[in-house]
Design a protein around this ligand. Structure first.
Ligand SMILES: C[C@H](O)[C@H](O)[C@@H](O)C(=O)CO
Ligand SMILES: [Mn+2]
Length: 418
């Protein structure tokens, strides 16, 4: 390792030690945290089952940066590249439409074997896998309703798909020896103000109860439910609102998934974590960045990201929180997007772990809000960058922006040929 990185690290260690922070221990803890990288950033949420189908469900990818993955092998290669530039050992989050099979199989007929190549790859790479049923981009979701559809036949199709998805997740968990988190998000909603808000919610509740009727060992799979305030074409009403899933998750023992982009523009998820985890064992995060709306921009080191990380660290909530990413930017290099968003998420956690939490809590309890503000502000310019550089180097990943050159040469050698 470069001597200047080591020297800076030692200087930083001393500064943090003066506030009771053992930086070596922090880095050991940081290395245990797994981030779930969403496969759909790699190909603009197209998947492999219905390649010609337009993205639906009220989400959108803009941009046409060349080189996006077009086959499962390409996507895996791109993920490998991204993961090689990110410190730590992580997970990959798959959607059902990313099945790796030559069969013409519909969503309700999917089986674990259609994902066998993903499992082989995950084993080889030492990765965990998470999963999502895909309740969009399909003819049976054309009118914007799936599990809450008024037509029983359509509802049963989606129920079958979600049940099949849980079996795939169970298979992931069993094969990989790591719990798979299955996230249920359905886009169902109305563009304009509905007359009947209740009936679709009753149908969604009943469908979900049916989906979850089979017990699966939580060692292999845990379920999460993701709410949303609005989508494109469901601006006035979304069946699976935050209140709906708070109630559903808490009464059914399901993890609640909080997506940073799924709330009112000034509403933040960081302020929700401590409340939800008082009443729920587990939580799933979709770390994302809304810009004016649920735009799914690449995660940057903004105030909310740091606040999410602080909440997890200060409340000792990391052990019960599954951290997933959810952004899709088609206007920049797809691999760089993963690397930027994931490195930022890990770096934010590191920053939060390098704050004198015990000292700050004592100061707050004593009512010394002057010192609280002073210390929090001063710690913003403590040398966490030196610790981050050391961490990256010690994990054999590029230091600072050195990863960018690797992405650029991969773009030239691999992506430009697609
Ligand atoms: C593709 C994902 O399932 C999707 O982004 C979902 O998690 C979401 O956030 C929809 O807005
Ligand atoms: Mn999401």
């Amino acid at each position: 390792m470069d001597q200047s990185i080591i020297n800076s690290y030692h200087e930083a260690q001393k500064l943090y030690a003066a506030h009771g922070i053992n930086v070596d221990e922090v880095l050991e803890k940081l290395a245990q945290i797994k981030i779930s990288l969403h496969c759909w950033q790699g190909d603009d949420v197209k998947g492999f089952l219905f390649k010609d189908k337009e993205l639906s469900g009220g989400i959108a990818v803009t941009g046409s940066y060349p080189g996006r993955a077009g086959t499962p092998d390409e996507l895996r290669k791109d993920l490998e590249k991204a993961l090689s530039l990110i410190p730590g050992k992580h997970k990959v989050n798959l959607h059902a439409i990313y099945a790796d099979t030559d069969e013409q199989v519909d969503l309700d007929e999917l089986e674990p074997r259609h994902f066998a190549p993903w499992v082989d790859w995950a084993k080889e790479q030492g990765l965990g896998l998470d999963f999502n049923p895909t309740c969009f981009s399909h003819p049976k979701a054309a009118d914007g309703f799936t599990l809450s559809h008024a037509d029983e036949e359509i509802r049963s199709f989606w129920i079958k798909h979600c049940k099949a998805s849980r079996k795939i997740s169970e298979y992931f968990g069993r094969e990989l020896g790591q719990t798979c988190v299955t996230n249920f998000w359905v886009p169902d909603g109305y563009k304009d103000t509905p007359v009947d808000r209740l009936s679709p919610r009753i149908r969604l509740k009943e469908s979900l109860d049916e989906v979850f009727s089979e017990e699966i060992d939580p060692k292999y799979n845990i379920d999460a439910v993701e709410s949303k305030l609005f989508g494109i074409g469901s601006e006035s009403y979304v069946v699976g609102s935050h209140e709906f899933y708070m109630g559903y998750g808490l009464t059914r023992g399901k993890a609640i998934c909080l997506d940073a982009g799924h709330f009112h523009p000034t509403e933040v998820i960081s302020n929700k974590l401590s409340s939800i985890l008082m009443f729920s064992e587990q939580l799933l995060l979709h770390v994302s960045r809304p810009v004016r709306w649920d735009s799914d921009h690449v995660v940057t080191m903004d105030d909310e990201l740091l606040e999410i990380a602080r909440e997890l660290v200060r409340g000792d909530l990391l052990g019960r929180t599954n951290i997933g990413l959810d952004f899709f930017d088609g206007s920049i290099n797809h691999i760089a997007a993963w690397v930027i968003g994931t490195r930022n998420t890990i770096k934010a956690l590191l920053r939060a772990m390098l704050e004198p939490v015990a000292e700050l809590k004592a100061i707050e309890l004593a009512g010394d809000y002057t010192s609280r503000l002073a210390l929090v502000e001063e710690f913003k310019s403590y040398p966490f960058g030196a610790v981050w550089d050391y961490y990256c180097a010690s994990q054999n990943t590029p230091v600072r922006e050195q990863w960018l050159a690797e992405v650029k040469s991969y773009e030239q050698e691999v992506l430009s040929a697609r």
